[in-house]
Design a protein. Sequence first.
Length: 124
Amino acid sequence: MPNEKKQPLNKKKAIRNMRKTAMVQPDGTRESHKMAYAGDVSKRRGKFEVFPTVAPKPGKERSTNPADWKQQGLSEARKKGEVVEVKSRRKAQKLSAGSWKKGKDKREAMRDYRADKKARNGKK
């Protein structure tokens, strides 16, 4: 596969270093990685892939305008080498929720992850 590299030891750092630019939303928030994960969700362990679902359009890599960004699927992320593999569903969920972030952004992302998880588990 093109752009296939050996997985770095620090996967969170690899995600942070995927993009140098972020799109700026009308409300002022910045997004560079809307992460998602794929894999057999019926299992706790296995091969799970975490990838960004937004990407800048070709030639617009430095743009912060949301119109210059597009949705990206798993196959496109694989072609670009933007997929991080993990071995547990929980790790994939946490990475896609934002555990790769730092500081206040990480605290907020993990607070939202725990609230969503609690809401899902309460519905069962």
